[in-house]
Design a protein around this ligand. Structure first.
Ligand code: DON
Length: 565
């Protein structure tokens, strides 16, 4: 009997050891799946993929395509974006492929594309087909499906096809974006027919159908990459663009490929790793530089205003360096110099605790423009695969030009180039040689899909918001470091500094009266922005406690989903 008990215990212990070692080998796995996105219908599309046996990458395809339908102002098949992936290696570690699906300038583009009579005409890079770079999202969806997904595109694109065909109800966010771009949409007959009603912003609740987009999605589902970049659809896209004054060619479409690049990585003092977007995004570099500088500043055990001052000063220095960055396939980005710890320590040391450093003291001017559209989502599946994706068509409704017969609303991402390398354009975007327009080049971006990963904790971050994206992501990461509840990471009032203009932009409630007074005393200029900005989404998985949570920005319509598929 005693012997029998011992044997039973021995088997139990051996079983536990085996289970434990399997767990350690396979790495911890999340107790549930999570999806955060800007629109409940897009999150539902992703949830359906996980329930139909797909993985996080299939869900990302379904979410991207659904967002193209229900948030036509934010992203779409006519736009581009960045996908940061987490691919567990089965031994507790992970790799982080980064898919660059940024749009490329057409091959006929050149540095003076938007110059007329010696002057840059900003309108030309904002509205109409000349503003549109070659889209990357269709290529990204096909690449994700063939390299990472488990489901055919016919399955992962099905929810978007249904939404395009059956229609979706206009919401207040749609109305606000469409009001902003009403004039541009009215100027293009196809966009006006699809996105307005009798030339006006549709009423809330009215149902928008996009049958041509459904057909385009079907071609992509059937033929993959070639369904969009070749064949009849490519002919139609090129003809439609050229007939309206654009410069696309068949070669532009035939030569478009996504690029898988090494993600930008930075080891943090606390043993965690930041994983973020490399160039052609300037965002990951700015976040990495800021986090690194903050490690050398008195951050813990100090007052809120000291921290705000420190954050502003590191952002000022990080954004100054942005002028050195551009498309890595065209210019050489001095990444090792910008992320060198001696350089960053020196930068941190130049911060005075009680005085704002005027940007003019630091270096020559650089100004950036900002926006508040684009879209971000994240997915984590039960195996620990994850996607953090930020997708864009630039301004709301992009170039406000839809290629007739295709339902494809084109981006105006060409405006992210420095249209004039000598001066600044009408939007205050100062030129930098590294980001000048050239044939086939990708414009510099601020989009910063990011992870922070370690053996015990994982988190995913991202938001739209143009040049303010990196500062928003940074503030959310700092809220996490501060162990604030996850709902606060996207909710906290925001502030931002981008080197020039030399002022702190902030949401009205970002600072108390005392903090405002103290920041001004230190020499900061404060500028409250009229409305709240950003739409940040986060997922946090505490591996050690086997706990998962997610939160969406209260400024948007997103509702986090945490569920067992
Ligand atoms: O790539 C970029 O940085 C911009 N095209 C993103 C635009 C954006 O986020 C607009 N606002 N939310």
């Amino acid at each position: 009997m005693l012997f029998g008990n011992l044997a039973w215990h021995a088997r139990l212990v051996a079983g536990c050891v085996l289970l434990l070692s399997l767990c350690v080998q396979a790495g911890p796995q999340p107790p549930q799946a999570a999806i955060v996105s800007a629109h409940p219908l897009a999150s539902a599309a992703g949830q359906r993929m996980l329930q139909e046996g797909g993985n996080a990458f299939d869900a990302a395809i379904a979410i991207s395509a659904a967002l193209a339908v229900v948030e036509p102002y934010g992203s779409g098949l006519g736009g581009g974006g960045f996908y940061l992936l987490r691919q567990p290696d089965g031994h507790g570690g992970a790799s982080y492929p980064f898919i660059d699906a940024r749009e490329r300038a057409p091959l006929a583009a050149h540095a003076n594309l938007y110059r007329r009579g010696g002057k840059v005409q900003p309108e030309l890079s904002l509205n109409g087909p000349l503003a549109a770079a070659i889209p990357g999202i269709p290529a990204a969806l096909a690449y994700l499906a063939s390299q990472f997904g488990q489901l055919p595109l016919s399955t992962s694109l099905a929810p978007a096809i249904e939404l395009a065909e059956q229609g979706f109800a206009v919401d207040e966010v749609y109305r606000q974006r469409a009001s902003w771009r009403r004039t541009a949409l009215q100027a293009d007959a196809t966009s006006a027919r699809l996105f307005l009603r009798d030339g006006e912003v549709p009423a809330a609740g009215s149902v928008l159908h996009q049958p041509e987009l459904a057909n385009t999605l079907r071609l992509l589902a059937r033929d993959g990459h070639a369904g969009f970049y070749g064949g009849d659809l490519a002919d139609q896209l090129v003809e439609g663009v050229r007939a309206a004054g654009g410069i696309w060619s068949m070669e532009d479409l035939a030569s478009y490929q996504v690029v898988e690049r090494p993600a930008l990585r930075l080891s943090l003092d606390n043993g965690e790793t930041l994983i973020s977007a490399p160039p052609p995004s300037a965002g990951g570099v700015a976040i990495a530089q800021s986090l690194a500088m903050l490690q050398w500043l008195p951050w813990h055990n100090t007052s809120a205003v000291d921290r705000q001052h420190a954050v502003v000063e590191v952002l000022r220095r990080a954004y100054r360096d942005r002028r050195l960055l551009g498309d890595p396939d065209h210019v050489s980005n001095p990444l090792s110099a910008l992320l060198d710890s001696r350089y960053l320590r020196q930068q941190a040391a130049s911060i005075e605790q009680h005085r704002a450093t005027p940007s003019a003291e630091l270096a020559p001017p650089l100004t950036l423009h900002e926006g508040d559209h684009t879209t971000h989502f994240s997915v984590l599946d039960l195996q620990g695969r994850a996607v953090s994706a930020t997708l864009s068509i630039n301004l709301p409704f992009g170039a406000a030009f839809t290629v007739p017969g295709t339902g494809v609303l084109l981006n105006d991402e060409m405006d992210d180039f420095a249209a004039d390398s000598q001066g600044s354009n009408a939007y205050g975007l100062a030129g930098s040689q590294a980001n000048s327009i050239a044939a086939g080049k990708r414009p510099l971006s601020s989009m910063s899909p990011s992870f922070i990963d370690s053996p015990t904790r994982f988190a995913s971050f991202g938001t739209p918001g143009g040049s303010r994206i990196p500062s928003m992501v940074l503030l959310a990461m700092l809220a996490r470091q501060d162990q604030q509840p996850i709902t606060q990471w996207p909710a906290l009032a925001r502030y931002h500094h981008q080197f020039l203009p030399d002022h702190i932009e902030h949401e009205k409630d970002a600072f108390t009266l005392e903090q405002r007074a103290e920041l001004q005393r230190r020499g900061h200029t404060l500028k409250a922005v009229g409305r709240r900005y950003g739409n940040l989404h986060v997922i946090a998985w505490h591996k050690a406690d086997n706990h998962l949570s997610a939160a969406s920005d209260p400024r948007g319509l997103g509702q986090p989903l945490v569920f067992k598929p």
